[in-house]
Each structure stands twice: as structure tokens, then as C-alpha cells.
Design a protein around this ligand. Structure first.
Ligand SMILES: *Cc1c(COP(=O)(O)O)cnc(C)c1O
Length: 426
């Protein structure tokens, strides 16, 4: 036995180097309450999922009521009220062209489903295409297909030999957007009728460092996709449900993707659920009296009634004035706070999109394994704030309901961290 007394092996955790995890007993709104009596402000919505805050009473009630009626049922050959209601509400809310909903368990599985839909649709039409294109620095999850779609990085490099090949487009840095569009144009020209899909995180690349890009590029890429019969897969697992200020980030580019992946905020962070939405043309490519054209994909918990009930309650919350006001307030507050941070000599590349604010710390060693990241994580926790730097990139992505005082507290800690780094490196 080494280090830690529990049998649990935690995600993204090097147990040889980290302290025992914090024991959380309760949570409410934007606050986590630990067993040892600490109150911690959840500045990252517990890995971007708890968009309405923890234990929202409306979602708690919906799950309780559903648990008394139907826990789980096989989803092949059966259906149930929460799934039907979810499909109806989701399609009513999302762009009208996306009227088929395939349910799975997570963001990664929503992406796997999207890739299989795209490749399968070309095959079933008798015109198979082999290539998938994606952005440099993209992140789409940790299963093999999702890892392949994501950029090569420290997270997946030892598995590189087992990942299928994906064509990488340069990230559209501000001022160099045309390079990305041009790279895609070239790829399409060199591989006419062989590019099956382009998968992107619209407007903000999350795990790849909160990199933000302009809606115009996305619109240009979508046009190229349309002209060349390529499916555009929008991975809105992080950006969906108001994160960037609008329901979907892709709406700011005025585009409707061919396939849309949702998860994280879908249940308001209460239960795991993924959804992949597509248009009728893709559905029709699989719709056939030929059994071989069935979409052969499932997981045991597909369409779990409790997850669907949580998602239905979340979609209702999305439509309340309170949520819309909270989002508007948070967008404005983030912009103001970030303006103040940007003036600090140690903060560079300050950026925000909707409710997400980020900046890079000017440090001697940068990158994901930058020594500064873990140090800052502990620095913030000691001050009752949960922030998880991505290397030397710091970002704030709290639940929409966060109180102004709590947000002030987060930024006060960030400022203190910047000051102390400046002090140390003097
Ligand atoms: C988190 C994330 C995923 C993976 O979702 P999981 O639920 O963790 O599997 C996929 N795509 C994006 C953009 C994400 O941020």
C-alpha cells in the first residue's frame, strides 16, 4: 500500500504526489462543505457540470419523484415518460433541424456516438469516407475514439500508437484565423470526398487551455463542410447551456451543426447523461429494412430514467427568468473582474466568453506540467476556493447562481496569487 489509505484510484490524480483528497459531505449552490467543516467556493462548477449550483431543489425533487416510479429499464424496445419528455423539450429548445436525439452516459460517449453516426452515415449511403478533422489543442474526452479526436497531449501520449489518425487543423489564433480555414480548404482539395467529419469545440477549447476563437472562423468552416459534404460535429459538452452566454456557442456563429454533442450541464450536474443530436439526413442513412444498417450502439444505462428526469428539470430551469438573469449578471461580472486582473503585470492573454473568464500567468515554466499549477491549486484551496489551473492558465467558471461576494472572493485570491508570484520571482 502506498500513500493513500482508500482503495479508490482517483481521476487525473498522481497518488504518489498528492495529498489525500478532500472529503466532501454536502454541497449547496456554489459551496462545497467538507467533513472537517470547511466551506469551499466551487469556482469551476465541479469540472464544469453544476451550472445551476449544487443540489438545486427543483432537480433534487424531480429525481426523488422519478426514483419512486421507475428506476431503470432496458431502452431497446422500451421507452418511458422522462426520456420522451426530455427528447421533446430538447428538440424544442435546440435548432429545429436537429430533431433526433440519441442518449448515452457522458460527454465522451456523446462524442463516440457522433463519430460513429458520421462515419456510418457515409458508409450506409455507399460512399464511405475515412478522414476525421479536428483542431489542434482540442479535447473531446478520454475514451479511445474521443482521445483520437482530441489533440495529442500529455494526457494521451502513451496511447498514441492505438489512436486512429485524425487530421489536425491549426488552432485559429486571433489574427491568424485564415490559416485554419486555408488548412481545411487544402485538406478538402487533397482528399476530395474522403473527409467524413470535422469535430470542433465551438468558440472555446476547454481542457486545451480555455483557448477562445472568433465565431467567423466557425462560420467559414461550416460553409466549407456544406460545400464538400462533410459533417460538422459541434462538441458543446462544455459550452452548451449558457456557458458562453447563449444556449449554444455555435449560435453566436449563426450556424447549425450536423451533429451536436451535449453532456456536462445537461442534468445541471446532478446525474451523468450524454445526448447526441442529429438531423434527418443522418437518421435516414441508417433507416432501412436492412438490419445491417441499424445504429449498433448502446450502453446498459442508455436513457436512464433518473438522469432523464434530472435533465428535464434542468431544461425547465434553463427557461426561467432567474437563470437568464444570473447568466447575464455573471457574464458582466466576469468581464469587469477580468478587466482588473488584465492590468496586473503577471497576467497575460486575459480573455472571456460569456460566463467563462481566463488568463495566463506569466511564469518561468509554462505548459500543463508547469510547477506553478499544483502550487496555485493548493494556494486557492487553503483560502477556501476551488480553482484548477490548466498548467499556467487560470480560469473561473462558477455556477450561474454564484453570489457577487463569492465571486469577489475568488478574484481577491487570484490577485493575491499574482502578487505572491510577482514577489517570489523578484
Ligand atoms: C468534458 C468534455 C468531454 C468529455 O466529457 P466526459 O463527460 O468527461 O466524458 C468532451 N468534450 C468536451 C468539450 C469536454 O469539455
Amino acid at each position: 500500500m502506498t500513500g493513500h489509505a482508500s482503495a479508490l484510484w482517483h481521476p487525473f490524480t498522481q497518488h504518489a504526489r498528492t495529498d489525500a483528497p478532500l472529503f466532501v459531505e454536502r454541497a449547496e449552490g456554489a459551496t462545497l462543505l467538507t467533513k472537517d467543516g470547511r466551506r469551499i467556493i466551487d469556482g469551476i462548477s465541479s469540472w464544469w457540470v453544476n451550472i445551476y449550483g449544487h443540489n438545486h431543489p427543483a432537480i433534487v425533487e424531480a429525481v426523488k419523484a422519478q426514483a419512486e416510479k421507475l428506476d431503470q429499464v432496458i431502452f431497446a424496445g422500451f421507452t418511458h415518460a422522462p426520456a420522451e419528455e426530455l427528447a421533446a423539450s430538447l428538440t424544442a429548445l435546440m435548432p429545429p433541424a436537429l430533431h433526433h436525439v440519441f442518449l448515452s452516459d457522458s460527454g465522451s460517449t456523446a462524442v463516440e456516438v457522433a463519430l460513429k453516426m458520421a462515419l456510418g452515415a457515409h458508409i450506409h449511403r455507399g460512399k464511405p469516407r475515412r478522414m476525421i478533422a479536428a483542431f489542434q489543442h482540442g479535447y473531446h474526452g478520454d475514451t479511445f475514439g474521443a482521445m483520437a479526436a482530441g489533440a495529442p497531449s500529455v494526457f494521451n501520449e502513451i496511447y498514441a500508437p492505438w489512436l486512429f489518425r485524425v487530421e489536425r487543423l491549426p488552432f485559429p489564433e486571433a489574427g491568424r484565423e485564415e490559416q485554419t480555414v486555408e488548412a481545411f480548404r487544402t485538406l478538402l482539395k487533397e482528399h476530395e470526398n474522403d473527409v467524413a467529419a470535422l469535430i470542433v469545440e465551438p468558440l472555446v477549447l476547454g481542457a486545451g487551455g480555455m483557448r477562445m476563437y472568433s465565431p467567423t472562423v466557425l462560420r467559414d468552416l461550416k460553409r466549407l463542410c456544406e460545400a464538400h459534404g462533410v459533417y460538422l460535429i459541434a462538441d458543446e459538452v462544455m459550452t452548451g447551456f449558457g456557458r458562453t452566454g447563449t444556449l449554444l456557442a455555435s449560435q453566436q456563429a449563426d450556424i447549425v451543426p450536423d451533429i451536436l454533442c451535449l453532456s456536462k450541464g445537461l442534468t445541471g450536474g446532478m446525474l451523468p447523461l450524454g445526448a447526441t443530436l442529429c438531423g434527418d439526413d443522418i437518421y435516414q442513412a441508417f433507416y432501412s429494412s436492412d438490419r445491417n444498417k441499424t445504429f449498433w450502439h448502446s450502453s446498459s444505462y442508455t436513457g436512464n430514467p433518473l438522469s432523464c428526469a434530472a435533465a428535464c428539470a434542468s431544461l425547465k430551469l434553463w427557461q426561467t427568468d432567474e437563470t437568464q438573469k444570473n447568466i447575464a449578471r455573471l457574464c458582466k461580472a466576469q468581464e469587469e473582474h477580468l478587466g482588473a486582473i488584465a492590468a496586473h503585470p503577471r497576467a497575460v492573454n486575459a480573455r472571456h466568453r460569456g460566463t467563462i473568464a481566463a488568463f495566463d500567468l506569466r511564469a518561468e515554466d509554462a505548459g500543463y506540467f508547469s510547477r506553478i499549477g499544483p502550487k496555485l491549486y493548493s494556494f486557492f484551496l487553503a483560502r477556501g476556493v476551488l480553482l484548477r489551473p490548466l498548467g499556467n492558465t487560470l480560469y473561473v467558471m462558477p455556477p450561474y447562481c454564484i453570489a457577487p461576494e463569492a465571486l469577489n472572493r475568488i478574484y481577491a485570491c487570484l490577485k493575491e496569487a499574482l502578487d505572491s508570484v510577482a514577489q517570489e520571482e523578484k
